[in-house]
Write a protein that binds this ligand. Structure first.
Ligand code: 2P0
Length: 328
């Protein structure tokens, strides 16, 4: 069966985890070892248009006005195969995507990318998926994409298989928080998160202890959010992230995403805390540091950054929206 002429556009935003996803139990289905909890941001959107077209012999994939590099384009085609199989079609697709995230810099471009692709491709293929099904589908493209289907605070339940591994919104109650992304280095990272987490799972003796601690971290984080206790949110997020980075130091061969400027930013956060400012930091698969604080302390934090790491780009973010889809 073919499906020519119908198209759909979807926009999704990046998310940053406060309780991390690092490692899969099942790589084919992207079932993680741990549940995770993130904040979908109001910056770094990806907008993707998908149209299936009988005139095409193969999928064409464009990123920011140029053909997507072959390896990345193949990953998009593999994902489209999942959608085609589900919709019972074999038609090739034209994919045009605009990405506001510095690709590959630990700013979760695959999260917004595969969430937007899941929304646009499934709609263009005539599937009418609810948000839970979209989250499960996006997960197959990239684990963290399961979370970008929803706005604000989001929990991805690890689950045991495809059916129960999906994300859902977490009520944020009275908690208000800002995230300052400090761009230490926006260059492509040397170890992809996919390869890095695989190496960690396979070789690091620090991995299992981090996994077993993670469930407690998540439970405490949920309590801190419900209590609108920002200091605890910062403390738990920071410890969980530092533990994740510790697992990488135990891998064979070891690796780390930290750069000297990352440590300088961590020092700024600690100094601010000594002054009584409630804040914390988290880091992902890259050298950039994300500072968590109250929206009312953003100016204080950025002033401290001006002194300690002048020249580092900073993006101030808050809670952003979930996946938006329209037919086109
Ligand atoms: C997270 N990261 O929870 C963690 C923290 C990076 C560090 O989710 O292999 O790009 O495509 O499922 O989703 C990055 O992992 O990996 C990530 P795949 P993904 O945000």
């Amino acid at each position: 069966m073919s499906r020519t002429g119908r198209g759909a556009v979807a926009t999704a935003h990046s998310n940053i985890a406060l309780i991390k996803y690092w490692g899969k139990r099942d790589a084919r289905l992207a079932i993680p070892s741990t549940s995770s909890l993130s904040l979908t941001l109001d910056v770094f959107p990806t907008t993707t248009r998908v149209a299936f077209d009988d005139a095409l012999e193969t999928d064409t994939v464009q990123l920011d006005g140029a053909p997507m590099p072959p390896r990345a384009a193949a990953r998009v085609s593999d994902f489209l195969d999942l959608v085609r199989e589900r919709a019972g079609i074999t038609t090739a697709a034209r994919v045009v995507t605009e990405n506001a995230v510095p690709t590959g810099a630990g700013l979760a471009s695959s999260a917004s990318g595969f969430a937007a692709l899941a929304g646009a491709a499934s709609t263009a293929a005539g599937l009418d998926l609810d948000t839970r099904e979209l989250s499960r589908l996006a997960r197959r493209g990239s684990g963290s994409a399961s979370r970008s289907v929803f706005g604000g605070l989001v929990q991805w339940n690890a689950g045991t298989g495809d059916a129960d591994s999906y994300a859902e919104p977490v009520p944020s109650g009275d908690l208000s928080l800002a995230m300052i992304v400090v761009v230490v280095n926006a260059a492509e990272k040397a170890v992809s998160s996919r390869d890095g987490m695989r190496r960690t799972v396979e070789t690091s003796p620090f991995y299992e202890p981090w996994v077993s601690r993670s469930a407690d971290d998540l439970a405490q984080m949920r309590r801190a959010i419900a209590d609108a206790d920002l200091a605890s949110v910062c403390e738990i997020a920071e410890s969980n992230a530092m533990g994740m980075h510790g697992t990488m130091l135990g891998a064979r061969p070891p690796f780390s995403y930290w750069e000297p400027a990352s440590l300088a930013v961590m020092g700024v956060v600690r100094a601010l805390r000594d002054r009584g400012v409630v804040c914390g930091f988290t880091m992902d698969a890259g050298p950039n540091v994300k500072i968590i604080c109250s929206p009312s302390d953003v100016a204080t934090v950025t002033a401290a950054l001006d002194d300690a790491v002048p020249g580092a780009e900073r993006i101030v973010a808050g809670p952003g929206p979930g996946l938006l889809i329209r037919e086109d």
